[in-house]
Ligand binder design. Sequence first.
Ligand code: ADP
Length: 488
Amino acid sequence: MKIVFVSAEVVPYSKTGGLGDVSSAIPKAMEKLGHKVIIFTPLYKSVDVKKHDIKLVKKDLLAPIGNESEVIFDLYETIHPDSTIPVYFIKNAYLYRKGIYVGEDGEDYPDSPIRFISFVKSIFTALELIEAPVDIFHVNDWHSGLLPFFLKTDYKEHELFKDAKSVFTIHNIGYQGVYGFETIKDANIPEIYLNDDLLGFHGVFNFMKAGIVYTDVLTTVSSKYAEEIQTKQFGYGLEKVIKTRKDDLYGIVHGIDLTEWNPKTDELIPKNYDSRSLKGKEECKNYLQDKLNLDVSDKPMIGIISRLATQKGLDLVSKKFKKIMDLGVQFVLLGTGDSKIEKNFKNREKKYSQDCSINIEFDNRLAHQIEAGADFFLMPSRYEPCGLNQLYSMLYGTVPIVRNTGGLSDTVQNYNEETGEGSGFVFDRINADDMFDAIERAVNLYKKDKAKFVKLQKNIMNKDFSWNNAAKQWQKVYLKAKIKKIKM
Ligand code: ADP
């Protein structure tokens, strides 16, 4: 199939979270299965054009926005690493600034509706230029949520796109792209669509709802999350809309891009290792302790790498911080986000300077080194659509401690000390006491029965994390979309 993959962030060019990682990995996995894939993403000013050999294809292209206006853009291109996949970049210096979603003042860009409407409209113009036929548009999260709508309206009769189908993936329903109708006025979307029955939701515009309603096939990133988003607790108001598409909804858990994340070959960690011997992992721990000015000791080390957002449940960690440190552990956090959460953790560092390191920055190298160096990885998420870090952790022999939700639930089974079965420490409720119990169980295993702990590490490292399985499921979903006829 000819697949056009559309995403607001794509590794190695841009990334704020897991979406960037999988927007690189899914296309590569599909190419390996023999499909022809191309990627579209905006050219932000933060993308290193030289380093990635990104070249101009054509300047001053025009994408029609509404009935009488157009947006101007330049088209750039490179080849995605370890593949033959062309990556096309939409450049418009005015619309695609340094940040992906957020300006230098830390606030969401208020003109994101027009930024992302222009982005998806420009893709159609670019595809006309390169005359690329399309079977499937795979669009991701609210940023490209309007593409299925334009495909079924403005481009319905278009020679290149009339048989193309769309797959819309919800990576996180907590971010829907909700804006007053007036903010999308420039897009000239016909008035008849601007109501709650079609693109609106509770009297305002909702990009994600548009994606859900107009896509041919809807997917999300774990089976559990596919169930959860149909409930009031997790649906963020869209649960009823999701239910109307439940026969077209599939949950597919991500794999790991083993060229980026793999303790056997990772060039960002001081010593490579595999499950046959964890000596190298010990060296990684000592290196990390030294680098972060912590005591070089055998204390169990708990790592966190995360966006600092309410979703991630770090307030639970904050509540129990003293009790956690009193267990005699080391604690390493890497994250950016909400300034209140940033300050809260930073303030705690002073008291435990030998055993606690709080790193408020985005640092991919340090992220790899924490995955390799820590003994445990903590994810107390309120909700977690898929989650990548628990997967990376298992592969790096870093035992996950997670809440039973979304992809964490699909991928981590609670450890049973009697049988030795399970892959981490799991707690059910969003509750600091329950989280603490799970941490205590984990630390006790480390301290009191090292042999069992090492066995657990080796077990989780040997699981199959490749994209092979997920890629086959994506292929099925694309086929379902390809043969789909939905009524408009
Ligand atoms: P989400 O997409 O909700 O942020 P995921 O667990 O799916 O969560 O993916 C997070 C990705 O972002 C992982 O690759 C993680 O290592 C990375 N990441 C998050 N915060 C940072 C940071 N401060 N520095 C480096 N990498 C980070």
